[in-house]
Design a protein around this ligand. Structure first.
Ligand SMILES: Cc1cc2nc3c(=O)[nH]c(=O)nc-3n(C[C@H](O)[C@H](O)[C@H](O)COP(=O)(O)OP(=O)(O)OC[C@H]3O[C@@H](n4cnc5c(N)ncnc54)[C@H](O)[C@@H]3O)c2cc1C
Length: 250
């Protein structure tokens, strides 16, 4: 078991990792230190999640009522792509999150999709097969009464900046040490493993395990250990994005 865990990077990935470690081990069993550079900052975009985020909050035992109001969050049951394929008569395509209650209809949906690929015109709109598709169409939320005997999965929309702040506060309150400094060099052992991180302010941070959460910078994985970037370019229809803040549409 690692005694000293060092996470480099304080974006979503870094703070989620810190909270998972802090939940798994007490501070006496393993110390967790997160280092981030205030000069570099985080990428700071991304405002929607899939049900994976729900599972993360379940693991770290934080109820929706604690974090959602702090992060201006709302529930999300479905992803709707407007203007999907108007020329083929499909004005929008919906992707609902699949829940336990969909066990019966999930299979016919998959069978219909395979049948359609063989050239037969069968019904394959996922929004009609899954509970969350119906909730989305009726603009309803995913919270069922306690007597409802199935788990309804859902994701969230939230303010990514506020969520980052919340996760940082939560991790520190659970014993994670937060260092704000830029790492300018990495010390390696003779076998190539990472031994310590060296900061611009002269600190040397040792660890038993290092977690690279530096995003595109990939300070430990690519720059230090030479792990090659596995490009998915050949399979991408879009290879760029233009991002800007804008007012909410009605
Ligand atoms: C346009 C766009 C839309 C997106 N939409 C979504 C979405 O809706 N939902 C979703 O889940 N995801 C979305 N994403 C993806 C998501 O935003 C990113 O995957 C995620 O924020 C990346 O977080 P990160 O912690 O890996 O990296 P970053 O946020 O880039 O954090 C990197 C951290 O490393 C630190 N660091 C780097 N170098 C050093 C150094 N030398 N010394 C010390 N610290 C260092 C920085 O200070 C920072 O704290 C979107 C991305 C884009 C570009």
């Amino acid at each position: 078991m690692p005694k000293k865990i060092v996470i480099l990077g304080g974006g979503t990935a870094g703070w989620m990792a810190a909270n998972l470690f802090a939940k798994r081990w007490t501070a006496e069993q393993a110390s967790v230190t997160l280092i981030e550079s205030p000069d570099i900052g985080i990428i700071g975009v991304g405002e929607g999640s899939t049900p994976t985020l729900k599972r993360f909050f379940e693991i770290v035992e934080v109820p929706d009522a604690d974090w959602m109001p702090r992060c201006n969050a709302t529930y999300k049951v479905n992803i709707r792509f407007a203007g999907w394929s108007p020329e083929s008569g499909v004005e929008s395509y919906s992707h609902p999150f699949v829940s336990q209650v969909d066990a019966f209809t999930q299979r016919p949906f998959v069978v219909n999709c395979k049948t359609r690929r063989l050239g037969l015109d069968v019904h394959t709109r996922p929004g009609d097969f899954f509970l969350n598709g119906l909730l989305a169409a009726q603009k309803k939320g995913p919270q069922a009464p306690e007597s409802f005997p199935f788990v309804v999965d859902y994701g969230y929309h939230f303010d990514a900046g506020l969520l980052g702040e919340y996760l940082g506060e939560l991790a520190v309150s659970r014993g994670v040490t937060h260092m704000q400094t830029k790492i300018v060099d990495v010390e390696q052992q003779p076998d190539g493993d990472i031994a310590a991180l060296l900061s611009e302010s002269g600190e040397r941070v040792e660890g038993d395990i290092f977690v690279d959460c530096t995003g595109f910078a990939s300070v430990l994985m690519q720059k230090t250990l030479g792990v090659e970037f596995d490009s998915f370019k050949a399979n991408l229809f879009n290879d760029s994005a233009v991002v800007m803040p804008c007012t909410n549409s009605p």
